[in-house]
Ligand binder design. Structure first.
Ligand SMILES: Cc1cc2nc3c(=O)[nH]c(=O)nc-3n(C[C@H](O)[C@H](O)[C@H](O)COP(=O)(O)O)c2cc1C
Ligand code: SF4
Length: 678
C-alpha cells in the first residue's frame, strides 16, 4: 500500500485512528503498508499539522504502536519521510519561507479554479492561514540540516520498530524539486547536471544508511516522469537517477509520476485516471537497476499480476483500491476477486487533502472510522424490503443482509443499477461497482424481483417488516416554453431510449426506431456495446444542447461530442462540473472543452424552439442550434412512494438520491447509515 495522507494526527502524533486504518489494511493481507508522508523536520517543512511528525523523540511511541499493530496483523511497516519544500503549507501559515532549490518563477495556469466555489477556495486558502507564500533558496547549511533531519527521522523510525523508510523524492517536495530541472536552476554542486541534481537525495540515502545500517530498508519514491511544464523530469533522467540512488545505497525504487500543475494535471499524476499508468516507467527503471522496483498507478489486480509476471516490476502498490477495500489482498488470495469492492476513480478521497481534511471514500463509508466496518448482527431478523435497484438500494440490501435480515429488493426496471447503469456509458469505472453489488447480493442470497413496480399494496403482499425506498431522483424539465417538444429529453427518458426501456417518450421517430432495434438485438443490455454502437449510429441530429453543466451534464456532453455531435452546454450557475470532486471536475471541464464542446457558464435558458435553445448570458440573448436537447438540470430528491407508505402508518426510510441528491457517494453512505439502523 503506497503512502496516502490520512490527516488524523494531533500535532504530528500518530494515534488510534491512524493505527486502526493501517492495521485494517495489514490484516487484509497487504504485504507492506507505507504510511502517509511524514515530515522529517515537523512542523518545519510540513504541509499539515495532522501529518505524522518525525522530528522529535516524542513521536516514537505513536510510531511504535503503529509498527506493533501492523506487525501483529502480519504485515510490514514502511514510513514515508519527506520535507515538503514548496508545498509546505505550515511554513506559510507559521510565517516561514518555504525551502526550495530555486525561487519558483512559473506562471501557473489557474484557469481550473474558476470552477471552484467560493467556499472551496476559502477552505484551501485557510490551510496556509490565508498568508502569501515566500521562499528561501537552500544554502549549504540548510542542506546539511535537511540531510541530518532525514537521518534522525530514520533513527526514530528504526527505534519504533518499523521495517523501512521511504525517502520521498517526487511530487514537487524538496528532494524531488532538487532532481527536476524545472525547479532547480542552481549553478552550484546541487544543480545543473543530473548528478548534481540527484546529489541531495543520494547524500540523504547515504546519511540514512550510516544512521540505521541494515536495520531499515531504504526505499526511494521518484517520478518516472513529470508532466506539463518546461524542464519536467523525463523518464530517461529518472532511469539515470535511479542508478545513482542504487549506488548510494537504496534498497528499492518506487516509481510514481507527477503532474506539475495540480490544478491542471493532477489526474495524470500523482493520481492517474489511466489503468497501469506508470507501468512503463517502472519497466524502464527496472531494466537499469539491480534492486527491486515497485510499480504504482491504478494497478488493478489483473494488470498488477501481469506486471509482476512479465517482470516489469518486482512489487505493485495499490492505493485507492485499498482505501475502497482493506481486504483486497485476502479476498484475491481466497479466489474471491469478485467480492473486492472496487475503487471507482472518483477522486472524492483526495479532494479532502486540498483543504487538509481526512479522506472520505465514496464507496467505503468506514474509511478513517474502522469501527464502522464491523456490521452489528441483528438479534431478531426482520424482512426488509428495498424498493429500487440502484447503488443505494443495492447497498441497503447488502448491508441489511450482512447484518442478518431477510431481504427482498424490488426494481421496476428490467435490470439492476438504476441511473448508475446508464452512467457507465460515460464513466466506465462505475460499472465494476455495480457488478460488485450484484455479485454480493447473489452471494448473500438477497431475493431480487425485477419488473416489480412497488405500491403500498404490493409491499403489503410481500409482508415487509421494514421498507426502504431508494427510487432515485426526479428529473424534470425546465419551466420554459418549448420544454415539452419531442426532441427534449431528460436523463431518464434518454436512458430509457438508449437502454430500450419503457419511458422512452417524446423522442423523434428515428430515435424510437433505433431504441427498438437495440432492444430486439439485445444490444441495449450491454453498456460497452451501446458505447461502441452509438459511435456508428446515434440518430439524434448534429446539434445537441445540454442544459445543466453539472457532473451528468458534462459527461453527457463529452459522450455526444465523442460521437461527432456539435454540443453546447448551458449552465445557469457560475461553475461547471459541480459536484464532481475537484481534480476530476477540472479534468472533465478541460476534456469536454478539448472535445470541442462550447461551455457556457451563467447562461440561463429562456425558450426551447424546434431547432434552437434561446438563452440569456452576460452578452445578452443568444441562441444555440439544437436537434436534441438534453436536460441535465432540474434534478431533485423525491420519494412519492415513501409518502404514501408513511400516510398509511407504515414505517419507511428513504436513501440515495430519493432522499438527497448525492450521486454514488451519497447513495452508498446514506444506504450504509440507514441499513445499520434496521
Ligand atoms: C488520499 C491520497 C493521499 C495521498 N498522499 C500521498 C502521500 O502522502 N505521499 C505520496 O507519495 N503519495 C500520496 N498519494 C499517492 C499514492 O501514494 C499513489 O501513488 C496514487 O494514489 C496512485 O496509486 P493508486 O492509483 O493505486 O491510487 C496519495 C493518494 C491518495 C488517494
Ligand atoms: S473516494 Fe473514489 S477514488 Fe477514492 S478510493 Fe474511494 S472510490 Fe476510489
Amino acid at each position: 500500500m503506497p503512502a496516502m495522507d490520512m490527516n488524523v494526527c494531533h500535532d504530528g502524533v500518530i494515534d488510534e485512528q491512524d493505527i486502526a486504518h493501517y492495521a485494517a489494511r495489514a490484516a487484509g493481507g497487504t504485504g507492506m503498508v507505507i504510511t502517509s508522508a511524514s515530515a522529517v523536520a515537523f512542523p518545519v517543512g510540513a504541509t499539515s499539522l495532522k501529518e505524522p511528525g518525525l522530528s522529535d523523540d516524542r513521536f516514537i511511541p505513536g510510531l511504535r504502536a503503529l509498527a506493533d499493530a501492523v506487525h501483529r496483523a502480519g504485515s510490514l511497516l514502511c514510513v514515508q519521510a519527506t520535507h515538503h519544500g514548496k508545498v509546505a503549507r505550515i511554513d506559510v501559515a507559521q510565517g516561514r519561507p518555504m525551502l526550495v532549490p530555486s525561487t519558483p518563477i512559473v506562471d501557473r495556469d489557474l484557469e481550473a479554479l474558476r470552477d471552484n466555489t467560493a467556499e472551496e477556495l476559502t477552505r484551501m486558502a485557510a490551510v496556509s492561514g490565508g498568508m502569501k507564500s515566500t521562499y528561501r533558496e537552500a544554502t549549504e547549511e540548510d542542506l546539511a540540516w535537511v540531510i541530518d533531519q532525514f537521518a534522525q527521522a530514520a533513527r526514530r523510525i528504526m527505534e519504533a520498530g518499523a521495517d523501512a523508510i521511504e525517502v520521498h523524492c517526487a511530487h514537487g517536495y524538496l528532494l524531488g524539486g532538487f532532481l527536476s530541472r524545472a525547479d532547480n536552476r542552481r549553478t552550484d554542486r546541487w544543480g545543473g547536471s543530473l548528478e548534481n541534481r540527484a546529489r541531495l537525495v543520494c547524500e540523504t540515502i547515504k546519511a540514512v544508511r550510516a544512521e540505521v545500517g541494515d536495520r531499515l530498508a531504504i526505499l526511494v519514491r521518484v517520478a518516472g516522469q513529470e508532466f506539463g511544464e518546461e524542464g519536467s523530469l523525463t523518464t530517461e533522467e529518472t532511469v539515470r537517477a535511479a542508478r545513482l540512488m542504487e549506488a548510494a545505497g537504496a534498497d528499492a525504487i518506487h516509481v510514481t509520476a507527477w503532474g506539475r500543475n495540480a490544478f491542471r494535471d493532477f489526474t495524470k499524476g500523482p493520481l492517474p485516471n489511466q489503468v497501469a499508468a506508470y507501468r512503463d516507467y517502472a519497466r524502464q527503471v527496472k531494466a537499469a537497476v539491480g534492486i527491486p522496483v515497485i510499480a504504482v498507478g491504478r494497478m488493478l489486480p489483473e494488470v498488477a499480476e501481469d506486471t509482476l509476471a512479465s517482470g516489469d516490476a518486482d512489487f505493485v502498490a495499490m492505493g485507492r483500491q485499498l482505501l475502497a477495500d482493506p481486504d483486497l489482498v485476502n479476498k484475491i488470495r481466497a479466489g474471491r476477486r469478485e467480492s473486492v469492492r472496487p475503487c471507482i476513480n472518483c477522486y472524492v478521497c483526495v479532494e479532502q487533502n486540498f483543504w487538509d481534511d481526512t479522506p472520505v471514500c465514496a464507496v467505503n463509508p468506514a474509511l478513517a472510522d474502522e469501527g464502522k466496518a464491523v456490521l452489528l448482527q441483528v438479534t431478531s431478523p426482520r424482512h426488509v424490503v428495498v424498493v429500487g435497484g440502484g447503488p443505494a438500494g443495492m447497498e441497503t440490501a447488502r448491508v441489511s443482509r450482512e447484518r442478518g435480515h431477510r431481504v427482498t429488493l424490488v426494481e421496476a426496471g428490467d435490470r439492476l443499477g438504476g441511473s448508475a447503469w446508464f452512467s457507465q456509458l460515460t464513466t466506465p469505472a462505475n460499472g465494476p461497482l455495480l457488478d460488485w453489488q450484484k455479485h454480493e447480493l447473489e452471494r448473500l442470497g438477497v431475493v431480487v424481483l425485477l419488473g416489480h413496480r412497488a405500491t403500498p399494496e404490493s409491499l403489503a403482499d410481500l409482508r415487509a417488516d421494514a421498507v426502504v425506498v431508494a427510487t432515485g431522483a426526479h428529473r424534470g424539465l425546465p419551466p420554459v416554453p418549448g420544454a415539452a417538444l419531442p426532441h427534449v429529453q431528460t436523463g431518464d427518458t434518454l436512458r430509457a431510449l438508449l437502454t430500450g426501456a419503457d419511458g422512452a417518450v417524446g423522442a423523434t421517430r428515428t430515435m424510437r426506431w433505433a431504441a427498438r432495434a437495440g432492444r430486439i438485438t439485445g444490444l441495449t443490455r450491454n453498456p460497452k456495446l451501446i458505447a461502441r454502437a452509438t459511435r456508428t449510429i446515434l440518430p439524434v441530429g448534429k446539434h445537441v444542447v445540454v442544459i445543466g453543466g453539472s457532473l451528468v451534464g458534462l459527461e453527457l456532453a463529452e459522450f455526444m461530442a465523442e460521437r461527432g455531435k456539435s454540443v453546447t452546454v448551458l449552465e445557469s450557475g457560475p461553475q461547471l462540473g459541480l459536484p464532481m470532486a475537484m481534480p476530476r471536475r477540472w479534468e472533465a471541464v478541460r476534456q469536454t472543452g478539448q472535445h470541442g464542446v462550447t461551455l457556457l457558464r451563467n447562461a440561463v435558458v429562456e425558450e426551447i424552439t424546434p431547432s434552437t435553445v434561446r438563452y440569456r448570458h452576460q452578452d445578452g440573448v443568444a441562441a444555440a442550434p439544437a436537434d436534441l436537447v438534453v436536460v441535465a438540470s432540474e434534478v431533485e430528491a423525491a420519494a412519492p412512494l415513501a409518502k404514501q407508505l408513511a400516510d398509511r402508518g407504515i414505517p419507511v426510510d428513504v436513501v440515495g438520491d430519493a432522499s438527497d441528491v448525492g450521486y454514488i457517494q451519497g447513495a452508498i453512505h446514506s444506504a450504509w447509515r440507514v441499513a445499520n439502523t434496521l
